[in-house]
Write a protein of this length. Sequence first.
Length: 130
Amino acid sequence: MSKVVTLRLLEEEYEKISAVAMIEHRPISNFITAMVLKGIEESYYLDPIEMAQINSDKRLLGKLKAGHADVKKNISLRVKRYDLDQLKIKAEKEGIPYQTLISSVIHKFITNQLVDQENIIKGLRLLKTR
């Protein structure tokens, strides 16, 4: 059974897709579907020869296993509305998504790299008075 999917495209994206679909004499929906499936096949699937090459390369397999250990895990978290709003404001000032900022803060905390700016300033003032 077919499914209906709605896409939001920028005008320039739509124009590019529409132009190429027209050149290939295909409806836009058919063109998009074909290109997405082709991209998936090229990016995510290997032929048997490529798979044999990967399996025979022990160094590569080791790197793949190590990389798998670094995979990010999704979590759900409840935070106060005010805290989330302030976090989003800070993230926007930094030019990063707020989820990335949360992840960064957690990483810095567990690796003892998270510093309290006020305590650093107090420490510097104490050093200056000596």
